[in-house]
Design a protein around this ligand. Sequence first.
Ligand code: NAP
Length: 430
Amino acid sequence: MRHVAIVGSGPAGYYTAETLQKAEDIAIDVIDRLPVPYGLIRTGVAPDHQSIKAVSRRYEGVALADNVRFVGHVSVGADVSIDELTGLYDAVVLATGAPNDRPLDIPGADLPGVIGSAAFVGWYNGHPDFSGLNPPLDAPGVAVIGNGNVALDVARILAKTPAEFAGSDIVSHARDALAESAVRHIHILGRRGPHQIAMTPKELGELGHLERASPRVDPADLPDAGDDAMLEPGMRKSVTHLRQFAANPVAKPVTIDFDFFAMPVGLEGDGRVQRVIVERTTLDADLRSHGTGETYAIDAGLVISCIGYQTPPIPGVPYEHGRGRFASDEGRILPGLYAVGWARRGPSGTIGTNKPDGARIAELVLDDIGRGAAKEGRAGLDALLASRDVTPVTFRDWRRIEAAEVAAALDGRPREKFTSVEAMLAAIGR
Ligand code: NAP
């Protein structure tokens, strides 16, 4: 029997398990520090993007296979170490994602009211680490820093009415706070221009269909229309949306302004953030942004930086600090230790990008471990955890937690998520 542990039950973890599980004589443990599975699908993908979240049914199919086991509420690093896991399993695959925000390294970034997208997204998605975030929504201005899809998610969620959350699984604390929000002016700040955005067309187009909010683009920021011809088709569609926003400004109570060539250089305020100091930029021949020295201020009582994520390092595991991911040779970190998904590549690509990634790392693992080295595997892990009084949450337990969430659903939402580990455990009588 071959034994594989996958650390992290998000998309990269389950896509890896999906391929491994088809091999013979193999047992796979998918370990997660939370009592609930699916990682970013549960706590990262926007709650109003239920069609993307539906992929969790595919992961459920993997999780229910005879040779796959969910080991929830077990924290690698606290309950069991990486060294212990590599001693017990033929292969350990780190599928831990990139849950930490890249730091916003400008003066004032530590002011109250300045938060990273991991925290804000975790808050509206009910991640136990961020349920108590309570972001300040009492001022009309908000600055969203970054020109990627996360910035779009954040701006859209801030702009939506309660009715627009019908059918979503946004948690009640966020829906209620957003319903009372004083936010009226959302600025999306990009340090480069419309041709350098990292926003996909579907997500950008959604901003044009909001009930009470309208996107605005300054036509002067747009390159000549003819220049769009050299863009790849997806980017061209995205830029076409920006051109439509510029050409058809719609008057609605909430505005979403795209500030291009706008680099935040400071955050100011008395006891909390009140304004963003922005420096206008130009691009050099390599399309890098440079400040022009001209600055302006944007009023903002909340600043959300959406500038990318990092994988938390683990002591003893090689790490690339510049890229915020584990150092690996195409997924091989050390003998018996692998990385997959964002922990391997850094935070890029969609959920689907993890499918070929997971399959490839699974093939690597299978090639490397051969018939296995008669390690103890899950029996050894169970004994170790029992000796430490750690009782894992099983997949069957998770399904009871999920059933309780579905039963508690209100207002046409598919579920009312538990937002604390205690509440999750209480649902299974612990
Ligand atoms: P991203 O796509 O890498 O975008 C990060 C943005 O932050 C870029 O516009 C970047 O600008 C900007 N930035 C970085 N450092 C900055 C700084 N110091 N000051 C100002 N701006 C800075 O990252 P993301 O939005 O976090 O998304 C992560 C991944 O998840 C992406 O692959 C994304 O497509 C995916 N995602 C997909 C969906 C979806 O499909 N619906 C939803 C959410 C996320 P530069 O280009 O100038 O560096």
